[in-house]
Design a binder for this molecule. Structure first.
Ligand code: G
Ligand code: G
Ligand code: MN
Ligand code: NA
Length: 251
């Protein structure tokens, strides 16, 4: 209960902030995008991990305010980088199932794009398979988001209910291979087989595929060898502050 009270004040007290994890093209090392990741630093509790406060925000409904703050901040940051001379091609923002249940997601996204001036194609919303399968109107929302020009990615792909029938009908552009399948590449043949299968699925459905949680050169080489040229993970960079991202990537 105390955590909930603290959380509700976290925005106004400016305790929440975003870190950004680079997404790179494997063969060239070029920056192709970033994923925005929410952080909460409370003066007494310190850095509270997302797995503790995001579910709480979802259960209490606070995720709607928090999610709006995240989206606004992420879009504004893209404009700030641009003004500072760094072009980040796209930004990925995580959406929670609760944000769909409330319904006004499409106009919220449209408003934020208009206010910040970020081009819709440069925003990619990440949803998990369970969001798609457990949200009554997910199909309608996702189609509407597509109509206003934003991209959609399926996060943690392969870990939820992957209904391939859904995938076929949705205007999704990107599959993110869950990091659990990447972790044991080169020791676990089943994980390798799954990663290859997702890459092939993406290819045949004309979707782009990005691997998450890439930590080693070996994993990157494996992905490239099997036709996946996009990755995100500690091998390239941890999630970093906007200033650090600028420092590292501004030519
Ligand atoms: O960086 P990492 O430990 O931060 O993220 C942990 C989890 O929190 C991931 O599953 C990620 O998708 C989720 N997460 C991070 N930022 C956000 C956010 O802004 N909104 C939602 N809904 N989830 C987020
Ligand atoms: O669930 P989602 O994919 O949105 O969350 C991304 C999470 O993965 C964040 O917690 C982020 O910090 C974490 N992450 C990013 N790269 C790596 C990595 O290379 N290894 C591990 N173990 N975690 C990572
Ligand atoms: Mn994600
Ligand atoms: Na993920």
């Amino acid at each position: 209960l105390r955590l909930e009270t603290f959380l509700r004040r976290s925005i106004e007290k400016e305790e929440v902030f975003l870190n950004y994890q680079p997404q790179v093209e494997i063969d060239t090392g070029k920056l192709i995008g970033v994923e925005a990741l929410l952080r909460w630093n409370h003066p007494e509790l310190g850095l509270v991990p997302p797995f503790r406060f995001i579910p709480l925000a979802e259960d209490t409904g606070f995720i709607n305010q928090l999610g709006k703050w995240v989206l606004y901040e992420a879009c504004r940051q893209m404009v700030r980088w641009q003004e500072a001379g760094l072009h980040v091609p796209k930004i990925a923002v995580n959406l929670s199932v609760k944000q769909f249940e409330r319904g006004s997601i499409v106009s919220m996204v449209a408003d934020i794009l208009r206010e910040t001036g970020l081009e819709p194609q440069r925003l990619q919303l990440e949803v998990t398979e369970s969001v798609i399968m457990n949200t009554g109107d997910a199909m309608a929302f996702i189609n509407d988001l597509h109509k206003i020009g934003v991209g959609l990615a399926i996060d943690d792909f392969g870990t939820g209910y992957s209904s391939l029938a859904y995938l076929k009908q949705l205007p999704v552009q990107t599959l993110k291979i869950d990091r659990s399948f990447i972790k044991d590449i080169s020791t676990d043949v089943n994980d390798e087989a799954i990663a290859i299968a997702i890459i092939q699925l993406g290819k045949s459905m004309n979707l782009s595929v990005i691997a998450e949680g890439v930590e080693t050169d070996e994993q990157a080489a494996f992905l490239l060898r099997h036709g996946c040229n996009q990755a995100q993970g500690y091998y390239y960079s941890r999630p970093v502050s906007p200033e650090d991202l600028l420092q590292r990537w501004k030519s």
